[in-house]
Ligand binder design. Structure first.
Ligand code: CA
Length: 223
């Protein structure tokens, strides 16, 4: 099955949301194909699929498992996960499995379009190194990098989680401070943020966190 036209595959079992997404994307001149289950997704996916918008909870399986399945044969197709608000830890899991980005429901139309455009712009050259080798263990406040266990403070852990969850996006110092603040209610000041970034680089690897001058930081991943 090959339509010969580049399209975005929307995999979502909520018909109302699926149709809404389709309308939204078509209005922006994208061509879409729709699937309400993994079985339908598998039938619709072909060489002309240029991006997959993938729900996590589907009637015949889990979007993360499907992502892993796709990555066995296709390393480059961008995958944007749709997640529910309480699945934040799973988001990290999604990145480990090769997802490129995620958006939390409910989302704003403009944000979705912006993410889609960003993913389509980022045409990945072959065999780009990814940070599949880092795994976070929230309950133990640890990260494992290539199997090496690294213990983190609660602040370092939150910081790392925030950076990885927003992979390839620049996060302002304000955004990072806001993410750290809600933990124990302890206020983290600007200087403490710098110190924590420094320590995190020391533990994880200096290359992994990039400084964006005048803005903040960006997770670059482990090479
Ligand atoms: Ca669902």
């Amino acid at each position: 099955m090959n339509s010969g036209e580049k399209h975005i595959l929307i995999v979502e079992d909520d018909g109302f949301l699926r149709d809404g997404l389709a309308m939204l994307l078509e209005r922006e001149q994208f061509t879409v194909r729709l699937a309400g289950s993994l079985r339908e997704a598998e039938a619709a996916l072909n060489d002309d699929t240029c991006l997959i918008i993938l729900d996590v909870g589907l009637p015949d399986g889990n979007g993360f498992d499907y992502c892993r399945h796709i990555r066995k044969t296709n390393k480059n197709i961008p995958i944007l996960f749709l997640t529910a608000r309480d699945e934040e830890y799973d988001v990290v899991r999604g990145f480990e499995l090769g997802g490129n980005d995620y958006i939390t429901k409910p989302f704003r139309s403009l944000e979705l379009i912006a993410r889609v455009r960003a993913l389509l712009r980022r045409v990945t050259p072959d065999e780009t190194p990814t940070d599949v080798s880092i795994v976070l263990h929230p309950s133990r406040l640890q990260a494992s990098v290539d199997g090496r266990i690294i213990s983190l403070t609660p602040t370092e852990f939150s910081l790392l989680h925030k950076l990885i969850s927003n992979k390839d996006q620049s996060l302002s110092r304000e955004q990072l401070l806001a993410a750290l603040w809600d933990g124990d209610g302890h206020y983290i000041d600007d200087n403490t943020l710098s110190v924590n970034i420094f320590r995190l680089r020391d533990k994880i690897g200096h290359e992994a966190i990039e400084t964006i001058r005048g803005v903040g930081y960006r997770w670059r991943g482990l090479k």
